[in-house]
Design a protein around this ligand. Structure first.
Ligand SMILES: NC(=O)C1=CN([C@@H]2O[C@H](COP(=O)(O)OP(=O)(O)OC[C@H]3O[C@@H](n4cnc5c(N)ncnc54)[C@H](OP(=O)(O)O)[C@@H]3O)[C@@H](O)[C@H]2O)C=CC1
Ligand SMILES: O=C(O)CCC(=O)C(=O)O
Length: 431
């Protein structure tokens, strides 16, 4: 269905979102897509605002007997194409605007990859490293109880993000299930395989990043053998991306985490580095590499740069230093609008987050399908279907970019926004 071309959207809500930060970036990306699509202001307003958001207080009795009250959010940006879907983040940097931005990006990601979901995100303002396992379990269970009225396998399905993992999802699933009185594996994804998770989910985001990275390198005429890469972040996404890149023949010469960076010309031994991180909690001190000032990683002379940590790391102050030919966004929102312009002017190909890191939500969708049907697929089947979907979306984004003369981010956002708008208009939700 074609959406109507109506009044210009220049004064639409979100167009003039002041300030900086992930929400301003997300709103600016939407506003650009709305301009390209020629949508009217009302439709822009509908797409720019969350459909539903919930902020909760989470009282926690700490192990020492004291009581703290934490703050958590769940934002459902859109559910015109299906239940809301998106991760849960535990980080001291979490605030409502960040969660709103991440929820909006989930809407576009799910639409772009054509999985039948809207977008959501959750977050708790907490530094998980400062809390015991028992404390984190109590926080997770109380947060789940508080947001229980708005989640469920047909409403909103959380998954892991920064600072959360399979265990967090198992606690959420158990809390929800105990409350409704029967086991509901489809209420979360990214849970352990032993309680209904999918084979291949834990590696899916990284695998997807690497499928796209190899396609983008090929697009630039760069073969994986002998190509070089730097990866920022060595968590669930970055560590797997580094490993799969190395397996594909790419020399991963540098990686970083919150504590610092390490470098080795000729390529790091990524499995050995992963063992070092498992033993020490950081890439710093790895004997098989030299220390590198963390801020230098983004400017290394490499073919491929994979930011896989947090938002806003490529900005007006450092984008001109990027020497990579290709940036593949493993993280959500790592590139600010100002950095996007500088990178484009310098000929750097940026593959946007809503395409590059979509492997996680694709296999989350497969997990949800399997959980709901109680019928399990092989790892090979999961991986093959993931690759097919990632490469189909890559092809679609290239096609739209060429047809419309857009950057890959603009093409991806336009494609996704159009699908979401079409769902609204077809359903008649738009008054
Ligand atoms: N997990 C998933 O399935 C998906 C995640 N994403 C996105 O990928 C990104 C990473 O998520 P994920 O890997 O799950 O999170 P994790 O918590 O597993 O890992 C985050 C990593 O980023 C590092 N980090 C944090 N801040 C910085 C910094 N300033 N410089 C360098 N490294 C830093 C952390 O360091 P340290 O280890 O020292 O804490 C850690 O290595 C996020 O943007 C997330 O939204 C996107 C799609 C799916
Ligand atoms: O797997 C999911 O449902 C969502 C993962 C996520 O939070 C993301 O893609 O940013």
């Amino acid at each position: 269905m074609t959406t109507p071309v109506l009044a210009p959207a220049s004064d639409a809500p979100g167009e003039a979102t002041a300030g900086t930060g992930p929400l301003a970036d997300a709103q600016a990306q939407l506003a650009a897509a709305v301009r390209t699509l020629g949508y009217e202001t009302g439709l822009h307003a509908l797409l720019s605002r969350p459909r539903r958001e919930m902020t909760v207080s989470i009282p926690l009795r700490r192990d020492d007997g004291s009581v703290e009250v934490l703050t958590g959010h769940r934002v459902q940006h859109n559910f015109s194409r299906g239940p809301a879907k998106g991760g849960l983040r535990f980080s001291p940097a979490v605030d409502l605007d960040e969660v709103r931005a991440l929820a909006m990006w989930m809407t576009w990601k799910c639409a772009l990859l054509d999985v039948p979901y809207g977008g959501a995100k959750g977050g708790i303002t907490i530094d998980p490293r400062r809390y015991s396992r028992g404390e984190l379990e109590r926080v997770t269970r109380r947060y789940t109880s508080e947001i229980l009225p708005i989640i469920g396998p047909e409403r909103d399905i959380p998954a892991p993000d920064i600072g959360t993992d399979e265990q967090t999802m198992a606690w959420m699933m158990d809390t929800y299930s105990v409350s409704v009185g029967y086991t509901v594996p489809g209420v979360v994804t990214g849970k352990p395989v032993s309680v209904g998770g999918s084979l291949g989910r834990s590696a899916a985001t990284s695998r997807g990043v690497v499928h796209i990275a190899l396609a983008a390198l090929a697009h630039r005429g760069i073969a994986p053998a002998g190509a070089t890469a730097a990866v920022q972040g060595f968590g669930k996404v970055g560590a797997g991306a580094a490993l799969f890149l190395a397996e594909a023949g790419v020399e991963v010469v540098a990686v970083s985490d919150q504590y610092g960076a390490v470098h080795r010309a000729g390529g790091l031994d990524v499995p050995a580095l992963a063992q070092h991180v498992a033993a020490t909690g950081s890439v710093v001190g790895f004997a098989g590499a030299d220390p590198l000032p963390a801020e230098r990683l983004l400017g290394l002379e490499v073919d491929l740069l994979v930011p896989a940590a947090v938002e806003g790391v490529l900005h007006a102050g450092n984008a001109a230093e990027v020497a990579a030919s290709v940036v593949v966004e493993g993280a959500n929102g790592p590139t600010t609008g100002a950095a996007d312009e500088i990178l484009a002017a310098n000929g750097v190909l940026v593959v946007p987050d809503i395409l590059a890191n979509a492997g996680g939500v694709i296999v989350s969708y497969f997990e949800w399908v399997q959980s709901n049907q109680a019928y399990w697929w092989s790892a090979a089947e999961v991986d093959a279907r993931l690759e097919t979907r990632m490469l189909a979306a890559w092809g679609k984004v290239l096609e739209v970019a060429a047809e419309r003369g857009l950057s890959l981010r603009e093409a991806a956002t336009v494609t996704a926004v159009q699908r979401v708008a079409d769902a609204h208009l077809t359903r008649g939700l738009y008054p």
